[in-house]
Design a protein around this ligand. Structure first.
Ligand code: DGL
Length: 260
């Protein structure tokens, strides 16, 4: 997936309609703290869930064009709706790799020992049928039930006035009647609702794809030798060989320090 021209130390761009993508971004920063990163929240166009495909393609292009001006080495679509409806139309138009959340996680989720998979997602993602398509591509035995939760993004972004607990409970009851082995939180905003969701169902039931997603990105960057090389310099006033040898107790210093 990584295109060869990108520079190792260039930043990685992330985008979503709002704060939802930070659920991916925060895991990424923990896993790869030495990467340079840029996050873009498209609040002007939030929510993405009820937008047309043409609109979503336009939003994605505008953001990718902006991130391109920042010299990114890759872009992470930390948004399920944009991955489902825009990714296929923009993926070949840039000379850096673009990682979409749904397509990057499907293989791992489909490979889990599960047959009945629930998906909570935006209206756009549900209508696109992207999770069903991607998961059954890797595992034809999987049965997928997707439910749109149009109010959940507003609950997380702190707009709108729905009764959050009863809205969450209603969707969860409908999903539980399908008897799922796992439920994917198929919108990057939804992991913020985990405390509310787990009032009505066990935590183990839910999959937040963010962890699988950032693992996928890390492996792809490693495979292509594109992990950012944070620079390190070591100086000693004497005995560089001894310092190098003893360093192993605490840290694997890779090269001989300079004497100054
Ligand atoms: N967080 C995004 C997603 O994963 C978009 C939600 C929205 O703005 O409706 O789909």
């Amino acid at each position: 997936m990584v295109k060869s021209s990108m520079k190792k130390n260039a930043p990685i761009g992330f985008f979503d309609s709002g704060v939802g993508g930070l659920s991916v971004y925060s895991r990424f920063r923990k896993l790869l703290p030495s990467e340079n990163t840029i996050y873009y929240g498209d609040l002007k166009n939030l929510p993405y869930g009820n937008k047309t495909q043409e609109e979503l393609i336009g939003f994605a292009r505008n953001i990718l064009d902006f991130l391109k001006t920042k010299g990114v080495k890759a872009v992470v679509i930390a948004c399920n709706t944009s991955s489902a409806l825009a990714y296929d139309y923009i993926k070949d138009d840039y000379d850096f790799p673009i990682y979409p959340i749904i397509q990057s996680c499907a293989k791992v989720i489909a490979g889990m020992d599960i047959e009945r998979v629930g998906v909570f997602a935006t209206e756009g993602t549900v209508k696109s049928d992207a999770y069903n398509r991607e998961l059954t591509f890797y595992n034809s035995k999987v049965k997928v039930k997707s439910i749109a939760c149009p109010n959940w993004v507003s609950i997380v972004e702190g707009v709108g006035s729905v009764d959050a607990d009863s809205d969450i409970k209603n969707h969860l009851e409908e999903m539980l009647s399908f008897n799922p082995d796992k439920i994917i939180l198929g919108c990057t905003h939804y992991p913020y609702l985990i405390d509310r969701l787990t009032k009505f169902a066990p935590k183990e039931l839910f999959i937040d794809p963010a962890e699988i997603f950032v693992d996928f990105i890390k492996k792809d960057l490693e495979l292509n030798d594109k992990i950012c090389q944070a620079s390190e310099e070591f100086y000693v006033s004497a005995e560089p060989e001894k310092f190098l040898e003893n360093s192993k107790i605490f840290y694997d210093v890779k090269f001989l320090p300079q004497i100054v």
